[in-house]
Design a protein around this ligand. Structure first.
Ligand code: GLY
Length: 385
């Protein structure tokens, strides 16, 4: 059932129609790719070769294709989703490439395919990915290790990052499908550690926490992709809002919903009146750097919180989160979206991080979460995470 009605519903349906009108020709001219961003001509790149097949965002194009297939029934989208899933098989052979982003890669591809069609191949892939993710659990500190070392001298053995909250649904799914509690236990242990060590008193969230991998003690936080240590990287906040809401949905544990709300309340107190989201809520006020991806992901998380609260009969609180989600999405629609056929991407103004060069660009997960959030609002989204 949809969450909205009247003018808002009309706006969502009109926006999804604009997206369909663009994405049919865009997908036709980008067959067999796995895009991440666009080139200087506004055309999608392709991360599906051997060198880049392990790139962490390589599930999102598949996920976007599944959502568009659900929206339109156009078989081309399904074919594209399937080609992405098959190409990702190569990633399983690369130990270093199998980092904690197994959820981002195999939930929007194999797991959603399995949920829809019960294919044994997709189930097999999803379970291999879940086993790899579970194998990253550090029992000394009860956290899932984020990355493998990059060979640049930094020791990441004890690093966990807030983004991982979005990977946990892969473990919840594996426990469900196998009737085996191990995966869920690991996911909840990680979520508990994140709750204790990433969420600050005021509801803001650290990006990276380094633990001593042998004792499990908190060692220090890192600024990561945000402005700096002690800052508040907006996409990290959005992963926390959405990720803790998901842990609540998959476990029924109230503490996760309360945590999602605590971070959401902090985020809502920081979002500018324009509803255009900066890269870091603590970046200098003189900066005009934005991250449209953080806005789209935050909207998805707020919608999940609202749905959970409605399930508990807390309509008024739910409405606050839903209203904010709609404002975020409307700001994207009017300010940070390109519906022309000149460019392949939908969202403009995505930013990789604060200090790097990746500012105000096309990023595939921005498009994915924008479409997903709109489809959540009219009740048509596939439940990918
Ligand atoms: N998970 C990495 C990022 O959000 O950029």
């Amino acid at each position: 059932m949809g969450l909205i009605s009247g003018e808002d519903l009309q706006w969502v349906n009109d926006t999804l129609k604009k997206i369909e009108d663009k994405m049919v020709p865009v997908t036709e001219r980008n067959r067999d790719k796995i895009p991440y961003t666009t080139d200087e001509n506004g055309r999608f790149d392709d991360r599906s070769d051997e060198k880049e097949i392990c790139w962490w965002t390589n599930g999102f194009w598949g996920g976007e294709m599944w959502q568009l297939f659900k929206l339109t029934g156009n078989e081309m989208f399904k074919e594209e989703a399937l080609q992405v899933e098959k190409k990702l098989d190569k990633a399983f052979l690369n130990y270093n490439g199998m980092d904690h982003d197994a959820g981002f890669r195999w939930l929007p591809t194999s797991v959603i395919n399995y949920k829809l069609y019960k294919s044994d191949d997709s189930k097999n892939r999803g379970l291999l990915a879940a086993n790899s993710l579970a194998g990253r659990f550090n029992m000394n500190g009860n956290f899932i290790r984020a990355w493998n070392d990059w060979g640049d001298g930094r020791d990441t053995t004890g690093w966990a990052i807030i983004d991982c909250m979005m990977n946990l649904p892969l473990l919840y799914w594996a426990s469900d499908v196998l009737g085996d509690p191990r995966f869920k236990k690991i996911a909840m242990a990680h979520a508990d550690t994140a709750m204790k060590n990433f969420i600050r008193e005021d509801g803001s969230v650290r990006h990276i926490v380094g633990f001593d991998p042998f004792t499990g003690e908190f060692a220090r936080e890192y600024g990561g992709q945000g402005y700096g240590e002690g800052s508040s990287w907006t996409r990290g906040q959005s992963w926390a809002v959405y990720g803790f809401a998901l842990s609540y949905i998959h476990t029924g544990e109230k503490k996760y919903l309360e945590t999602a709300m605590k971070v959401a309340d902090y985020v809502l107190s920081e979002i500018p009146d324009t509803f255009l989201v900066p890269i870091d809520y603590r970046q200098p006020k003189t900066d005009d750097l934005e991250d449209s991806t953080a806005a789209a992901i935050t909207a998805g998380g707020l919608i999940e919180i609202a749905r959970s609260l409605m399930g508990e009969g807390k309509e008024d609180r739910a409405k606050e989160y839903l209203t904010a989600a709609i404002k975020l999405l409307k700001a994207l629609d009017s300010h940070s979206c390109d519906y022309t056929l000149d460019k392949d991407n939908l969202l403009t103004r995505g930013s990789v991080d604060y200090h790097g060069n990746g500012h105000h660009m096309a990023i595939i997960y921005g498009d994915y979460y924008y479409i997903e959030a709109l489809m959540k609002l009219n009740g048509s989204a596939l439940e990918v995470f």
